[in-house]
Design a protein around this ligand. Structure first.
Ligand code: ADP
Length: 296
């Protein structure tokens, strides 16, 4: 199973070019699509989920043309959109059962078994009779995965699933995603670098509708290994440093700015070499500070 996206472009009626010749080969397993807000992630996800048209380009899932055979795709698709509405006054079990009917699982016993298995899988079985209104953010997202799995999808699309979840809920959600079959193409879009690092075997960084980088997260980090340096500076010195060094990020630690820079050679001047992280790579791509344009 392989999803191949080729030269996909989309310009909205207001002139925003949300996707600009996006090409990605996505094998089974977890694929992370990382980019800042407005990068084009949701536009890509919605196009993959057959919910909007592209202007140009092709998408194939094995032999299936995703852009022209939408009904076929929908049979093998699971989609958890960024915002999804839930009927608040109905229990998780009843809603999942209802959605299963809509998905065409018409045999009662079979449906009961599937619903039960999915409630267990998403750790919602204990809460199955509870109204969805009382669910926490994490529970709602897990319910979202349960409904997305109803059709036993070959392609599962999960758009910014961890936004708004607390760390414990996020972990539970990660564990659930990581258990999903090796036979499924799972695409996870996020602006949270840690989501990718923990879960994905392949990833791409997109910004302004363009793919900046694609590869395996470890390989992507490896390429800047030995080139990232760190220094704590005074706030008043920040601008000077930005002028003189290839600053990829600044963070406050105990109220003091900590700079990360990218440099081929040891810059001296109190900078210490540090282990490169995916976040360093991400910032270096997003802010256009890569040493060389490279793909892993
Ligand atoms: P992301 O999911 O990475 O935040 P989006 O795909 O939502 O990015 O948005 C990409 C760009 O397209 C943004 O500039 C956004 O404002 C714009 N955009 C998204 N949807 C629409 C739409 N339906 N009409 C017009 N512009 C849109």
């Amino acid at each position: 199973m392989k999803l191949i996206i080729s030269n996909l472009s989309k310009t909205y009626a207001n002139g925003v070019k949300a996707l600009n010749k996006v090409s990605l080969d996505i094998p089974t397993g977890m694929f992370g699509l990382l980019g800042p807000n407005g990068a084009g992630k949701s536009s890509l996800m919605r196009t993959l989920a057959t919910l909007q048209e592209a202007d140009e380009g092709t998408i194939t899932l094995d032999n299936l043309n995703v852009l022209t055979h939408k009904n076929e795709v929908r049979k093998v698709l699971g989609y958890l959109p960024q915002e999804f509405g839930l009927y608040p006054r109905i229990s998780a079990e009843m809603l999942l059962n209802h959605l299963a009917v809509l998905k065409g699982i018409t045999k009662r016993n079979e449906r009961r078994e599937i619903v039960k298995a999915l409630l267990h899988k998403t750790n919602l079985y204990q809460a199955r009779t509870q109204n969805l209104k009382g669910f926490s953010g994490g529970m709602k997202q897990r319910f979202g995965i349960a409904q997305a799995l109803l059709s036993n999808p070959k392609l599962l699309i999960v758009d910014e699933p961890t936004a708004g979840l607390d760390p414990a809920e996020r972990n539970r959600f990660y564990n659930l995603l990581s258990e999903l079959g090796e036979n499924t193409v799972v695409i996870l879009s996020t602006h949270i670098v840690d989501d990718i690092k923990e879960l994905c075997t392949n990833m791409a960084i997109i910004n302004q509708g363009e793919v900046l980088l694609k590869g395996n997260p470890l390989a992507v980090i490896q390429q800047i290994e030995g080139k990232v340096y760190e220094k704590a500076v005074q706030k008043s010195e920040l601008e000077d440093y930005k002028q003189n060094y290839n600053v990829i990020s600044e963070k406050l630690f105990l109220g003091k700015p900590i700079l990360h820079i990218l440099s081929d050679n040891n810059p001296g001047n109190g900078f210490k070499p540090i282990e490169a992280s995916l976040e360093d790579r991400y910032f270096s791509e997003i802010f256009g500070k890569s040493l060389n344009p490279i793909n892993a």
